[in-house]
Every structure is written in structure tokens, then in C-alpha cells.
Design a protein around this ligand. Structure first.
Ligand SMILES: [Zn+2]
Length: 404
């Protein structure tokens, strides 16, 4: 009798353990089968730091990089887009040239990192490259250009960046540029969407087979791009505005238009896009101050730029935020799937550009997203679509429609 009683007590514990284990195993299996891709990380800035070795696993440290090749493998991530990011400052000839050389330097650092670690990673230029590199048991490293600022008003620059391996361009960043209006420019809209030069850029990107990234662009720019582009587009790192009211996120109407276009939104895990921030904390005010200083600084020397980055890293240590969770982020996926179906959503974390959750701090913890999707009864096939199937479909279509 006593024996039966203790067994009865143990049963729920055993069942709980068994179900946890099966979710872990299922997640592992999905990551082994699917081609998984994160479409936006800002890791290249770390590559410029001579002391950072991307070929070695680093324990997670606040202010340190959230991405390296061994941790990508641990997190079951096959492909990634490294963003060559330049911030938007005053559009003078001198500043454009400086942004161009910075973007080139970042791109070159991606090639060097892959050459140095050729047993672990390789630069990928096409859909086929990604699958081949994965088969070889390596990480596929794609290149994105975050902000079209380095293009200036030189249309030939688009092809030069294509030839350097860039496969998506985020048309603008936090302020307007010569291509289009931004969703967060302090002075509002300048062109009411895409400029005349921007129309040429969209055309050229279509022709070359460069994905058009609508993250960061204003709502009117977004609708203009959908009208102008012959190919489907992506939002490489954005969320749903219905869940978190940020101008960086897409409204339900935009999500519907994106699905009609055949494009994809890659859910971002940057806290302020996942959940509205607590604007009363000292950390929030400090962050605003630093952003404002950075915006006003204009062209900076290497040392000045490094100083801002150091301050940014220190701020994360001194004023840790109460980050949202994987469950909060997956609420965005749920919303998008309910609204437009399973075929139009993926993942673009923005690691090293502000991305990271309480329970997904770095690329080694990516499977926590998969486990949450499994808990919410997404099937293996559906999760495969979210982890890369949808994005690669769009990428393939953009390649097919290019008229090289
Ligand atoms: Zn961004």
C-alpha cells in the first residue's frame, strides 16, 4: 500500500521530466533537419576589435558579443546575416565617403573572419551556397548592408556592394537618407516615402537580386516599396505593432500587405520592439541621452566612436534592463500567424545591436524559441518554416526574378 502511494506521488514528477525531455529532443531534431537562419546581427563591429576571436566560444558576458561560430553551432543555427551597419549622420559628401569606407571595412572583416576559421564558417552568396555550407557542417555567413547611407546618390554603388557579397540592403536607419524616409526621424518625413533616387535603388536591387529590407523605413516608404518592387521584400528585424506599439514594428495592415507581396517579417528580439519599455527607469533615461548624443555627434573619429561603444557596453552593465522573455517574443509570431498564416514570419534577432531576451541571451540559446513554439503546438514543419523555410523561399524568388 505504502509502495503504491509513493509511486503515485512520483508519477507526476516522472511525467513532467519525460515531457521536458521530449521537448528538448524535438527541438534538437528540428534544428538538425531544418536550415535555420537568423537574418540580422550586428556582430561585425566586434570583428574590428583585434582581441575578439569569433572562432572561439565565449561565455555570455554583458557588453560582450552574443555571437561566435561555436555558439552558433551549440544553438543549432546554420545561417546568419552579418550586418555591415553605418549610422545615419548629416548627408555631406565627406560623411558619405566615410560611411562607405566603414561599411567596406566591416564587410572585409567578415571575409577575414571566415578565412581565418574556414573549418567552421564560410561566406554564402546564394540560397544554394547556404544549403551546401550547412551540408559541410559549417555556418553559412551572409552579408547585409544596414542603412543605404554609404550608397549616397551613386547608383553604381548598389552593384559594387552586390559584388562585395551584400545580399540585402536595409534602405535606411534611424533617420531619413537619400533613398527614403525613416520610421524614427526626429524631423518627420522628407519625401513622403521613397525618393526619386530611392526608386532607382529599388529597381537596381530587383535587377541584381538583392533583397530589399523594409525594417527601419517609414510606413509610407514601406507602401511605396511594395508598389515599386517587382520582387518580394523582407523586414529583416521587426515585430508586430499590434503587440508592441513601436514605429519600428509593422501594423496589421502592413503585415497583410507584406503577405500579399509574398515577403516575410523576421521577428526581432530587441526588448523595446518586443514589449513597450518602462520609461521611468534611470537606465531608460541614460540610454536616451546616449542615443541623442550619438545622433548629434555627426562624423566621429575612430576613438570617439569607440568611446561611445564602450559607454554603451558599460551602460548595459550598470543599468541592466528587465528584459522580456521568449514567451513575450513568441506572442508576436502567434499574432502574425493568426493574422496572415504561417508562411510570412521568421527570425532576425538583432544580437549585438540590442537584441536579447531574459531566457535567450545569446545565439547558443536559440533553441529556447523552438521549445516555446513546440509548447504552443506548432508542428515540426511550421517551425521549419519560421526558422528559415519562409525566408529562403523569398530569397530564392528574389534570385529567380533578378535579370543578371
Ligand atoms: Zn536595426
Amino acid at each position: 500500500m505504502q509502495k503504491i502511494h509513493s509511486l503515485t506521488l512520483l508519477l507526476p514528477i516522472f511525467l513532467l521530466f519525460a515531457s521536458c525531455q521530449s521537448i528538448d529532443e524535438k527541438a534538437e531534431k528540428i534544428h538538425n533537419h531544418a536550415f535555420t537562419v537568423d537574418t540580422h546581427v550586428d556582430t561585425p563591429y566586434h570583428l574590428l576589435n583585434k582581441d575578439f576571436d569569433i572562432g572561439v566560444a565565449h561565455p555570455f558576458k554583458k557588453g560582450g558579443s552574443r555571437v561566435d561560430f561555436p555558439r552558433m553551432k551549440e544553438g543549432g543555427l546554420d545561417g546568419i546575416f552579418f550586418a555591415a551597419f553605418t549610422s545615419q549622420i548629416e548627408r555631406t559628401e565627406e560623411n558619405i565617403l566615410a560611411a562607405r569606407s566603414k561599411a567596406d571595412e566591416l564587410i572585409d572583416s567578415i571575409y577575414s573572419a571566415c578565412t581565418k576559421n574556414k573549418d567552421q564558417a564560410e561566406v554564402a552568396l546564394s540560397v544554394a551556397d547556404g544549403y551546401r555550407i550547412e551540408k559541410d557542417g559549417k555556418r553559412a555567413i551572409y552579408i547585409g548592408l544596414e542603412n543605404g547611407f554609404p550608397i549616397g546618390t551613386e547608383i553604381s554603388e548598389v552593384e559594387r556592394y552586390y559584388n562585395k557579397g551584400v545580399r540585402y540592403i536595409t534602405l535606411c536607419h534611424t533617420s531619413n537618407n537619400d533613398i527614403c524616409d525613416s520610421s524614427t526621424d526626429k524631423n518627420g518625413e522628407e519625401f513622403n516615402g521613397v525618393s526619386t533616387f530611392g526608386e532607382q535603388v529599388v529597381d537596381e536591387m530587383n535587377d541584381l537580386g538583392i533583397l530589399i529590407d523594409v525594417s527601419h523605413i517609414s510606413d509610407s516608404s514601406f507602401y511605396d516599396v511594395l508598389k515599386l518592387s517587382k520582387s518580394p521584400v523582407i523586414a529583416s528585424h521587426s515585430c508586430a505593432r499590434a503587440i508592441c506599439d513601436s514605429p519600428r514594428n509593422l501594423t496589421d495592415d502592413m503585415l497583410k500587405a507584406l503577405s500579399k507581396n509574398g515577403g516575410v517579417i523576421q521577428m526581432c528580439i530587441l526588448d523595446d520592439y518586443v514589449k513597450a519599455p518602462d520609461t521611468t527607469t534611470i537606465g531608460y533615461k541614460k540610454e536616451l541621452e546616449l542615443r541623442e548624443r550619438y545622433r548629434k555627434a555627426g562624423k566621429m573619429t575612430e576613438e570617439e566612436e569607440q568611446k561611445i561603444w564602450d559607454e554603451w557596453r558599460q551602460m548595459q552593465i550598470d543599468y541592466p534592463k528587465d528584459k522580456p522573455t521568449v514567451a513575450d517574443a513568441v506572442d508576436h509570431i502567434d499574432h502574425i500567424v493568426k493574422l496572415v498564416g504561417i508562411d510570412y514570419v521568421g527570425i532576425g534577432t538583432d544580437f549585438d545591436g540590442g537584441g536579447g531576451l531574459k531566457d535567450c541571451v545569446d545565439v547558443s540559446q536559440m533553441m529556447n524559441i523552438t521549445k516555446e513554439l513546440l509548447r504552443r503546438d506548432y508542428s515540426e514543419e511550421e517551425i521549419g518554416k519560421i526558422w528559415g523555410g519562409n525566408f529562403m523561399r523569398v530569397f530564392k524568388r528574389v534570385e529567380e526574378l533578378a535579370s543578371n
